[in-house]
Design a binder for this molecule. Structure first.
Ligand code: PEP
Ligand code: MN
Length: 375
């Protein structure tokens, strides 16, 4: 039986990493001068890897789609001048070939590509027999299986230096951020693949430069192994993602302000913390008991709806619940979006429960007649 390729820990990557794996550089390589200036200014700060996209996947046609293959040479020159290895996005087998030819040190698979198993498989096939690190961004939609599937495809091609990049998920809802972080997904990825290096891309989560610091710190607090941050020598003039990019000096400030945390808790927990944890355990049990009680009511209402041929979904009632629960969440200082999400889940489960309930035989004359005909 063929041995399963392993995924290497970050310490086995043969790349000098200090506290965290820090990737910085422009969203797109725009010109020889722009990437060189950015890289040289960045070299004053702690950076592990210089990033820059040369093929840009754009949602709508007509926007800047990257400078293409010549950008690889500019990126590589800038990396050499700043003493940094370089990374770019590869979305097709031809991109992989061009990157290998140009000596790009690390590749990444973008969020739109991770969403498509066909595209990921083609890239995996192009990578067979090559020893290069590959970073895999989460898919656009919050589907952990799709993310793991892409990691497995690349790993099966023999790539052992793989890193997952959390860049948030697109949603239908208006929100503060461009992409929702939905932290439970990268946290679950970490639980399922504990040795897989995992970093965060706060720039694409935030969509705005002013939010990047807070999300970067959150990722560090959640024990991510590093960050990918978009940095441009003149962000306002950037040809893509202008609002979320920061200057090298701003990047330097961000890195110096990061508070590093340790995962280990003291073997002897303070008494107060032990008590609080016990309280949380008890509250969680109560929450589960209350949910079970709520669903019991849901079942009773469901059987009444079935008997009376009433639709399971009642828009007015749902509207009332949402409004009422979010209003009380504000009074209790809970984030409105959290309570809304919670009740959307609860309501969906209630409808599922009612949907699985058998339709009771009605005694209307029409039904009796039909039953007599069909036996
Ligand atoms: C990028 O890193 O510039 C990029 C396009 O990212 P994503 O695939 O996360 O949208
Ligand atoms: Mn970008």
């Amino acid at each position: 039986m063929a041995l399963k390729p392993i995924i290497k820990r970050l310490s086995e990557w043969n790349m000098p990493v200090d506290k965290k794996f820090l990737i910085a550089g422009p969203c797109s390589v725009e010109s020889e001068e722009q990437v060189m200036r950015t890289a040289m200014q960045l070299s004053a700060y702690e950076v592990t890897l210089l990033r820059g996209g040369v093929w840009k996947p754009r949602t709508r046609p007509g926007s800047f789609e990257g400078v293409g293959v010549k950008g690889l040479m500019w990126l590589k020159q800038a990396g050499n001048a700043a003493g940094l290895p370089v990374a770019t996005e590869a979305a097709r087998p031809t991109h992989v070939e061009e990157c290998l030819k140009a000596g790009v040190d690390v590749l990444w698979i973008g969020a739109r590509t991770t969403t498509s198993p066909f595209a990921v498989q083609e890239i995996a096939d192009a990578l067979r027999g090559v020893d290069i690190p590959v970073m895999i961004k989460n898919p656009m939609n919050p589907d952990i299986e799709l993310w793991i599937g892409a990691i497995e495809r690349i790993n099966k091609a023999g790539i052992t230096r793989i890193m997952a990049v959390h860049r948030g998920f697109s949603t239908y809802r208006e929100s503060l951020y461009r992409n929702q972080p939905i932290w439970r997904i990268p946290i679950e990825l970490r639980r399922r693949l504990p040795h897989l290096p995992l970093i965060c891309d706060p720039s694409h989560i935030c969509g705005k430069q002013r939010y990047v610091m807070a999300v970067a710190q959150q990722a560090i607090d959640f024990l991510f192994d590093g960050l990918m941050i978009e940095v441009h020598c003149a962000p306002r003039a950037a040809l893509s993602d202008a609002k979320q990019q920061m200057t090298p000096a701003q990047y330097g400030r961000l890195i110096s302000k990061l508070r590093y945390v340790s995962s280990s808790v003291p073997t002897q927990l303070p008494e107060a913390i032990k008590l609080l944890r016990r309280e949380i355990d008890a509250i969680d049990n109560d929450l589960i008991a209350l949910l079970a009680q709520r669903m019991e009511c849901v079942r009773k209402i469901g059987s009444w709806k079935r008997k009376n041929n009433i639709s399971l979904f009642q828009p007015e009632r749902w509207e009332y619940i949402l409004e009422d629960r979010t209003r009380s969440s504000v009074r209790r200082h809970l984030a409105e979006s959290f309570v809304r999400d919670l009740f959307e889940h609860i309501h969906e489960e209630a409808l599922n429960i009612q949907g699985r309930m058998p339709t009771e035989r009605s005694n209307t004359p029409r039904r009796r007649k039909a039953e007599a005909v069909h036996g």
